[in-house]
Design a binder for this molecule. Structure first.
Ligand SMILES: [Zn+2]
Length: 235
């Protein structure tokens, strides 16, 4: 059912795109023919972290002592009132799913070029709780995963894991509450998709890393051979 509704949303988006002019998700400028979702000017001005060039990067350091992750990387700095904040808002709440897909693609092009995640087998987006996904109509991380998948040519397994506990709106929680809150939130629902595989777990924003830590530990318990993490924005 979830699969059908996801496909339906994609088809509806494609149809809408036929009738409305293509505009940049960042600055609302009309896109040139060769541009997709974001204009070249916005792409150029994204505040990239350049973590892919670090020996040890701050995204990986968040997991030290908590999660056995083989490599982790964040793409952009999430500054208040920045273009990234605007992009993420439109991506998460305004159905501008093309933004997430485009950011996934742009990130993956860099990572692949820098020899990151060379042996990844499957991509797993952090799932939303079904009730939340129903309200929003989509899971934003699915689109980020799709963009990465296009570049790496490996499948997205969006039903490999599910969120079984609906946490309160995490934005209103303190850091302490948040880490307490996510312990048993996730379950691996398709063991065959995970066991023995090199898994790339993806999410939109990372703050404390507690959500990714909880999900990552479930993937390792389910027998993932290697665990990688990629996030769009580092808060
Ligand atoms: Zn733009």
């Amino acid at each position: 059912m979830q699969h059908i509704s996801f496909k339906l949303i994609s088809i509806v988006n494609d149809v809408i795109g036929l009738f409305y002019p293509r505009i940049c998700g960042g600055c609302d400028a009309h896109l040139m023919k060769h541009e997709q979702n974001l204009c070249l000017n916005c792409l150029h001005h994204l505040p990239k972290t350049y973590y892919w060039d670090y020996e040890v990067n701050p995204t990986e350091q968040l997991f030290w002592g908590k999660l056995k992750v083989d490599a982790a990387c964040g793409f952009l700095h999430f500054g208040k009132d920045s273009i990234v904040q605007q992009l993420m808002h439109r991506f998460k709440y305004k159905r501008k799913t093309g933004i997430g897909r485009e950011l996934g693609r742009q990130f993956a092009i860099i990572l692949k070029d820098k020899q990151w995640f060379t042996d990844v087998d499957v991509i797993v987006p952090i799932p939303l709780h079904p009730s939340k996904q129903l309200r929003r109509g989509y899971n934003q991380s699915d689109y980020f995963a799709e963009g990465i998948s296009e570049v790496y040519d490996v499948p997205v397994r969006r039903k490999a894991m599910k969120r079984v506990v609906a946490t309160d709106s995490q934005t209103r929680k303190s850091r302490y509450d948040r880490s307490e809150n996510v312990e048993e939130v996730f379950q691996v629902s398709d063991l065959n998709a995970i066991r023995g595989k090199n898994v790339l777990l993806v999410d939109d924003v990372i703050t404390t890393g507690a959500t990714l830590e909880a999900a990552g530990n479930r993937l390792l318990e389910a027998g993932a051979a290697k665990l990688y993490i990629a996030v769009i924005a580092v808060s």
